[in-house]
Design a protein around this ligand. Sequence first.
Ligand SMILES: NC(=O)c1ccc[n+]([C@@H]2O[C@H](COP(=O)([O-])OP(=O)(O)OC[C@H]3O[C@@H](n4cnc5c(N)ncnc54)[C@H](O)[C@@H]3O)[C@@H](O)[C@H]2O)c1
Length: 322
Amino acid sequence: MSKYLITGGAGFIGSNLSRSLLNKGHKVIVIDDLSTGFLENIKDFEADKNFKFYLDSVMNFEILDKIIPQIDAIFHLAAAVGVEYVINNPLKSIEINVKGTENVLQLANKYKKKVLITSTSEIYGKNEKDSLSEEDDRVLGTTTINRWSYSNTKALDEFLGLAYFNVKKLPLVIVRLFNTTGPGQVGDYGMVVPRFIKQALLNKTITVYGDGKQTRCFTHIDDVIIALIEVMGNKKCEGQIFNIGNPQEVSINDLAKKIIKITNSSSKIINIPYENVMGQNFEDMKRRVPNIEKINSFIGWSPKFDLKKIIDDILIYLKNGE
Ligand SMILES: NC(=O)c1ccc[n+]([C@@H]2O[C@H](COP(=O)([O-])OP(=O)(O)OC[C@H]3O[C@@H](n4cnc5c(N)ncnc54)[C@H](O)[C@@H]3O)[C@@H](O)[C@H]2O)c1
């Protein structure tokens, strides 16, 4: 039995990770400022004696300094998340994603606790090659295009993490998540699958940003949780970066059509120019497909669930009243 700190543990991924670790008999402490997370996400296990929740920020160095000596390892998930959120909160996003991670790493190093950093496929920027590997180039737009700040703050987290690993020998692993989705994710911050499903269920127009020919790859939350726990538990993975994603590619237009079909909805699809939603000066990438050979060769992981299963599971969750 181990004791974990999950920063951002009231968020979508963090709350699913908390539940899974508690089910395995571990203890979990969560620190979350509820900026994009919800108490609702942790209500099922809030009263569990192996669970403790701190409503606080990773910007609060003193509180982290009290918590980190008590735990064995840290899943660092707290961040400003989602392209729309980052565009609307440019300063706060940079502060949290850089300073918050610095606080966590500094104290993890002080008490020599292992850390898993959740980075993102945004790292690859506009690199649209067939299958993105961990060593591939980052292709980014200019600094006046705000969306790229998210990519850069997470890249700085990776540099910082690798520097702590190499210079201070801090045990650490970095994962780059590709569009993780599933039951419990909210559509409010630009997460496309839950947004489309909610529109389809209400027979409202499905709003596709851009021409909809851009493709994305979606990974089921349950697949991601398995990968996070296994990567954290494997000594061989220390000092490494891993893509975690599902290479199944779908265009956003086809995603909308698939959701309409599965939900039997009468929704129509409209394409909205990016600038109407994201403002002027927005850039998007045409595609982003993960290569997952590395994680497969280290821990034998590959995703089990496809897009249909993701949509079905979200529908079941919504039918059960969220
Ligand atoms: N969901 C995805 O597709 C995806 C893709 C790539 C990377 N990630 C990364 O995974 C992590 C978790 O993302 P998620 O999808 O669960 O998003 P989320 O928004 O549901 O979770 C992030 C959590 O961090 C919390 N948080 C934000 N600032 C904080 C602060 N200063 N102190 C404490 N808590 C704070 C939020 O309240 C929220 O609960 C993030 O680091 C994100 O960058 C997610």
